[in-house]
Design a protein around this ligand. Sequence first.
Ligand code: HEC
Length: 137
Amino acid sequence: MPVVVHAVDQAEFDAWLEGKREKARAVAEAVKQTLTFQQLYEQGEAVYNKNCASCHQADGKGVAGVFPAIAGSKIATGPVAEHINRVVNGGVGMPPFGEQLTPVEIAAVVTFQRNAYGNNMGDQIQPIDVVNFKQGQ
Ligand code: HEC
């Protein structure tokens, strides 16, 4: 396989680095926040509709034999770590979201799934929980 080297000049490199720093700062700021249940749930619903409903469906019932339901799901009503793990790392036929979504978005969508569609876990996941999970794995 040929190795393609993409040469960048200093200005391009600086801009790239600044972009990375900007993103890291934004994530670091967001992670310090403690959100209310309401904020997590509402943001989580939006994240779900945009990223998850195409497979798990808007009513959370999934598609029998293809995409599991979130309503009554063992993972969405089980230990939090397994739920975060599924979203961060994906599964068979499910893409990983650990890089695609921010810790705030992951915390929000996990909180939403644990408390929507008749799932009544009554718990809430904060962005820092997602960061700790990712660092611990
Ligand atoms: C491309 C389709 C697809 C998308 C998009 C998708 N999932 Fe999944 N999801 C799956 C499949 C398939 C499984 C079963 C994976 C397995 O068992 O290994 C699954 C399993 C799950 C489970 C466990 C359900 C159970 O009890 O077995 C949860 C929770 C979950 N997904 C959350 C999410 C969240 C949150 C999003 C959006 C951020 C999402 N999924 C987006 C296809 C998808």
